[in-house]
Design a protein around this ligand. Structure first.
Ligand SMILES: NC(=O)c1ccc[n+]([C@@H]2O[C@H](COP(=O)([O-])OP(=O)(O)OC[C@H]3O[C@@H](n4cnc5c(N)ncnc54)[C@H](O)[C@@H]3O)[C@@H](O)[C@H]2O)c1
Length: 367
């Protein structure tokens, strides 16, 4: 076996230039426990922040040593030291904020979901394209160590042709961290399974058919949306991917696992972040292969976590794209394909049928 085959290529690649001025819009939970700790570790240049709640912005600026706190989005967007605006607000506000930042010529790193509706997301993508700025979406699970390593193994042919994939999560999710989500009619697929849909797309590409079933749990009380879902992504050639999530497993038998079964081997692992969100633990990864080492079962010790470490992935990819004139891996157009699967999942549930992805077109793609 060659060294290249044995070396798992799963860590985000930092571009040569990383000192772009970053302005943070929205300074809530995800910024505090994931974005800024990761940026501090990588010594990124966060120059300013803004939140509609000034006290939150000031507290975050103090904790992370951010030099400027702005009173308005317009003031932050006008700061010539800022090249990248990073938006982390509930998604119904993202379009208006993106419009202001794009008009000021800033590159954008937006949170998932890119917007509350597919047309609003498409509008952000259109505005960024017409404004000549780069847009990346923070679908950082693609850079989660376990799934990124699985992608590397699959690309190197360890398990042959992939015929079956699954992500199954049955945990106790702390929904109280997001009070604004409690009233959302869409919950699990739009805010959580969207990570799994995007990560599977990054490995297997776009499905042809989407079938999805959603349920509530007797324990969820006033929370409006679905919290237990099963989504099947059917591909050409009989490949199927299953995503099954239950967020009200209050027993001690909880799990968050992924599996890829191929014609020549298998990969299995755990998503550490989901074992005690957001603190979590490291992912695990095991695999076997009839191709490269038939009598051996492999196990890897992976560094970093989906939360917070993987957050550097979309940022590094955006910075690389800015300096190369290229496209970030999770750019807006790519993200619209993830959102089409999300849309198809809700349509499937509403109409009790499988949805061909072409039905969820509504998205102008680039030439
Ligand atoms: N990528 C991930 O793994 C991940 C994880 C959690 C949350 N998120 C996403 O991040 C976003 C924020 O989630 P959160 O958990 O930080 O929520 P949060 O409620 O903890 O924080 C949101 C912050 O945005 C501020 N805000 C709201 N509207 C604003 C506006 N118009 N202008 C400026 N500030 C505004 C609020 O005051 C608050 O401080 C959501 O879209 C969520 O889906 C992503």
């Amino acid at each position: 076996m060659t060294d290249d085959l044995l070396t798992l290529n799963y860590k985000p690649h930092m571009p040569p230039k990383t000192d772009y001025g970053i302005g943070i819009v929205g300074c809530g939970g995800i910024v505090q426990y994931a974005v800024l700790p990761t940026y501090r570790k990588h010594k990124l240049n966060v120059v300013a922040c803004y939140d509609i709640n000034r006290a939150t912005a000031e507290q975050v600026a103090q904790e992370f040593g951010i030099p400027k706190v702005y009173d308005s989005l317009e003031a932050l967007a006008a700061d010539p030291e800022i090249q990248i605006c990073e938006i982390s607000v509930p998604p119904q506000h993202q379009l208006d904020i993106a419009r202001t930042c794009i008009a000021a010529g800033k590159h954008l790193l937006c949170q998932k979901p890119l917007a509350d509706t597919l047309p609003h997301a498409a509008e952000i993508v259109r505005l960024a394209r017409e404004g000549g700025v780069k847009l990346a979406v923070n679908q950082q699970l693609r850079w989660g160590p376990g799934l990124r390593a699985a992608r590397d193994l699959i690309r190197k042919g360890w398990i042959g042709q992939v015929v079956d994939a699954s992500i199954q999560v049955s945990v106790n999710t702390p929904w109280h961290m997001w009070p604004w989500l409690a009233v959302s009619p869409r919950l699990e697929v739009q805010y959580h399974s969207i990570h799994y849909i995007d990560a599977i797309r990054s490995i297997l590409g776009d499905p042809v058919w989407v079938t999805s079933r959603h349920a509530r749990n007797p324990l969820q009380g006033q929370i409006v949306g679905e919290t237990k879902t099963i989504t099947i992504m059917d591909y050409a050639g009989d490949l199927q991917a299953l995503i099954a999530d239950n967020h009200y497993n209050h027993s001690d038998d909880y799990f968050a696992i992924f599996r890829f079964i191929g014609t020549e081997g298998h990969i299995t692992g755990t998503l550490g972040a989901m074992y005690n969100y957001p603190h979590g633990r490291e992912d695990t990864l095991e695999w076997s292969s009839k191709v490269h080492y038939p009598d051996k079962r492999f196990e890897a010790k992976l560094e970093g976590r989906w939360i917070p470490d993987a957050f550097i992935g979309p940022t590094a990819s955006l910075m690389q794209a800015i300096q190369d004139g290229a496209t970030p891996e999770t750019d807006g157009y790519d993200n619209l394909q993830t959102l089409r699967v999300v849309e198809a999942a809700y349509l499937s549930m509403a109409e009790n049928r499988s949805i061909n992805l072409d039905e969820c077109q509504a998205v102008p793609c680039p030439d």
